[in-house]
Design a protein around this ligand. Structure first.
Ligand code: ZN
Length: 82
């Protein structure tokens, strides 16, 4: 039992802190925030954030600061192949 996150809200599983790379879209662009301290349920994989981390994610999302740019390959699913 981790006191910072408690048990999983959804399944009651154990939630442990991991460093996770998060992907999200903001203003039509894809962003990645690396090494985010995230509570991850060991049973169902649900992710949880502390209030402090949530605030920092919000700040980073709105900030124009970019640390690194990467190329993201895009592939379109071909319906005919399914
Ligand atoms: Zn869970």
């Amino acid at each position: 039992m981790n006191s910072q996150y408690g048990d999983c809200y959804y399944c009651g599983g154990e939630v442990l802190e991991r460093e996770v790379d998060l992907e999200f879209r903001w203003g039509g662009r894809l962003f990645i925030i690396e090494s985010v301290p995230t509570g991850v349920c060991q049973q169902c994989g649900e992710r949880f954030f502390t209030a402090v981390v949530s605030e920092e994610l919000d700040r980073l999302a709105k900030s124009s600061q970019v640390d690194r740019l990467i190329e993201v390959p895009v592939k379109v699913f071909q319906k005919a192949a399914a």
